[in-house]
Design a binder for this molecule. Structure first.
Ligand SMILES: *Cc1c(COP(=O)(O)O)cnc(C)c1O
Length: 427
């Protein structure tokens, strides 16, 4: 009977009975939230299928191309499907947009010119973009080297400081940039309705200002996407939400045609634009990943909600809380000390389907002042749409966890992690 109760958890793993009991209680509390998450996922699934049908996606679109890539029908069709899904006029989706950092960098660089100013409206941008902008000095080829200047407007109690933003806008302001996800900050994500308000306010001052969104980790969490509320351009990674955990590599940029053309000129060359660009990889995985994405995001969100519920019940501080509104897939957990944090990340790794035998250790990662520990037993290297956790090893000892292709794996990972904290008697 015990096997029935814990669905095999006790058969395959050594988890203390009291921990499994707590998990069952924590899970029971999540049902109403799960139901909301499922509704959003269902809505987004219909949206995606409709976009496939409208563009008459067929098997021939999956065929790789070689050389210049002229007439690659699948590539062009994938762009149209992305534009449809993200509520924009146009899109560029490519395997050679190597990551979210690259997609965001292209989005900014391609649409700014010497003398222009960019304003970061949700505080300092994601760590890896500091080099692109030139906020962190040293890396060659930053926007600063090209005479593009920046301003940063911090969030005000977790939400966009519209007054501060409007005061910061000058004659030189060409782009207002919003990071949707909380990233590595203990803050709330920027919700779609906040973006809508920002668009209205900024466009009222100067309709020429481009509103750009770093959409990483936010895709399919809400029913609307930034393009649906008037955002001009957005960028993200295909090994996060929109790749559905299936796509092996790539990035996307969606936006107005003129802005996307600028991106194509920068990626390829002015004139050639989107006529070239072969896709040697199987495009089926890019299409199928997008098809799976609403479902995969649903699994991630359920995992995050469960984690928040259980960890909170065990006395840890979490952000968001299990029943808070969510705008991205990231779950933050604050631990009491270094030992707990490291044990948790080790446990996450131990509960993974791949590399479960590997022990993550804190290391001096380039670009970080403190040591960082990263747990990720993923099929696709570094794919944070798969269950993963990372943390700078410093006070206040916060672990950032996200992803999960399958809810039960997140549940298992959290339990194995908590068990490893318990085993060391540091709880
Ligand atoms: C992950 C992430 C990035 C960078 O993406 P990479 O694929 O890691 O280069 C940028 N912004 C946000 C908000 C992210 O979550």
């Amino acid at each position: 009977m015990e096997n029935m109760r814990f669905n095999g958890l006790d058969k395959f793993y050594d988890i203390d009975k009291d921990l499994m009991e707590s998990a069952a209680l924590a899970e029971a509390k999540c049902m109403a939230v799960f139901s909301q998450v499922e509704q959003t996922s269902e809505y987004n699934q219909y949206k995606v299928i409709k976009a496939f049908q409208k563009n008459e996606i067929s098997e021939t679109h999956f065929i790789p191309s070689t050389g210049y890539g002229y007439g690659d029908r699948g590539r062009d069709a994938l762009d149209r499907v992305y534009a449809e899904v993200f509520g924009t006029e146009d899109a560029i989706v490519r395997q050679n947009i190597a990551s979210g950092t690259v997609a965001n960098t292209i989005m900014m660089f391609a649409n700014l010119r010497p003398g222009d100013e960019i304003i970061f409206a949700a505080g300092i941008p994601y760590d890896t973009l500091l080099d692109s902008v030139g906020i962190r000095k040293g890396a060659p080829g930053s926007m600063a080297e090209y005479g593009i200047t920046y301003k940063i407007v911090d969030l005000n109690e977790g939400v966009i400081n519209h007054k501060g933003l409007i005061n910061a806008i000058s004659e030189k302001t060409k782009m207002v940039f919003v990071q949707r996800s909380s990233g590595y900050d203990w803050r709330k994500p920027v919700m779609i309705n906040e973006m809508a308000e920002l668009v209205r306010k900024v466009k009222a001052i100067n309709p020429q200002i481009i509103i750009a969104v770093d959409n990483c980790y936010g895709e399919f969490v809400e029913k609307q996407e930034p393009g649906d509320v008037g955002v001009d351009i957005m960028a993200g990674s295909l090994i996060k939400n929109p790749g559905g955990g299936i796509c092996p590599t790539g990035g996307y940029i969606c936006g107005h045609t003129d802005l996307i053309e600028n991106c194509a000129s920068r990626i390829y060359s002015p004139g050639l634009s989107r006529e070239v660009g072969s896709s040697t990889a199987d495009k089926r995985l890019m299409f199928q990943g997008l098809f799976m994405a609403p479902h995969t995001v649903e699994q991630c969100l359920k995992g995050a909600v469960f984690a928040a519920s259980l960890l909170k019940s065990m006395g840890f501080e979490t952000s968001p809380e299990y029943n808070d509104e969510r705008g991205d897939i990231v779950q933050l957990v604050r631990f009491a000390n270094k030992e707990q944090l490291v044990a948790f990340c080790e446990g996450v790794q131990k509960g993974s389907p791949v590399d479960s035998n590997v022990k993550p250790i804190p290391w001096d990662m380039p670009g970080y002042d403190d040591q960082v520990i990263m747990a990720a037993g993923t099929f696709v290297q570094g794919a944070s749409i798969e269950f993963s956790a990372d943390a700078p090893v410093k006070e206040p000892y916060i672990a950032y966890m996200q992803g999960g292709l399958v809810y039960s794996q997140v549940k298992l990972g959290i339990l194995v992690a908590l068990q490893s904290i318990k085993n060391r008697e540091i709880i």
